[in-house]
Design a protein around this ligand. Structure first.
Ligand SMILES: [Zn+2]
Length: 166
């Protein structure tokens, strides 16, 4: 139930809420470095200070990709924050408000969905990090499986909201 590998062409054609021009300008991650069996979704940011980021996940046998824009106002530092997808508690500076246009007509009319997500969109990596020496390491596989299921469910709901046309 983890990610099937994606090709660059599949990723470009999976984006449901961007113009052809935005898709052409998209920066892709190094796909040969991705450990697909440890990914619930593929998430990455455009480089060089761009506000853009992307998440792609499989919905049935179809990859669905979403273009996101980070809000330039980050949360007040010093407070705790939590990513709405992976539920990892983090310092506020590592979580950003992202908004995503809805797909199709609805998005072209300006409808979008906004939520807090890990700033680097690397939720699949976050849920596999444990503090060293922790007792949690004994239950690592079980905890990762539980976190993975939660991440897949919440990311799936987010994608559903983007795809909602009503
Ligand atoms: Zn996250």
């Amino acid at each position: 139930m983890v990610m099937k590998p994606l090709t660059a062409d599949q990723i470009r054609s999976s984006i449901v809420n961007a113009s052809a021009d935005e898709i052409a300008r998209m920066h892709l991650p190094g796909l040969h470095e991705v450990v697909w069996e440890e990914r619930e979704l593929l998430g990455w940011r455009d480089p060089q200070g761009s506000q853009r980021g992307y998440i792609v996940q499989w919905v049935g046998d179809q990859p669905v990709g979403i273009l996101l824009r980070a809000d330039s106002n980050s949360l007040r530092s010093g407070i705790g924050a939590m990513c709405s997808l992976c539920h990892t508690p983090q310092p506020a500076t590592q979580v950003l408000m992202f908004s995503a246009a809805r797909g199709g007509e609805s998005g072209r009319e300006g409808n979008s969905v906004a939520t807090y997500i890990c700033a680097d969109l690397a939720c699949s990596i976050m849920i596999r990090i444990f503090p060293g020496q922790s007792e949690m390491l004994l239950m690592r596989d079980e905890l990762v499986a539980r976190r993975s299921a939660g991440l897949r469910m919440r990311a799936g709901r987010f994608t559903d909201r983007i795809l909602e046309t009503a």
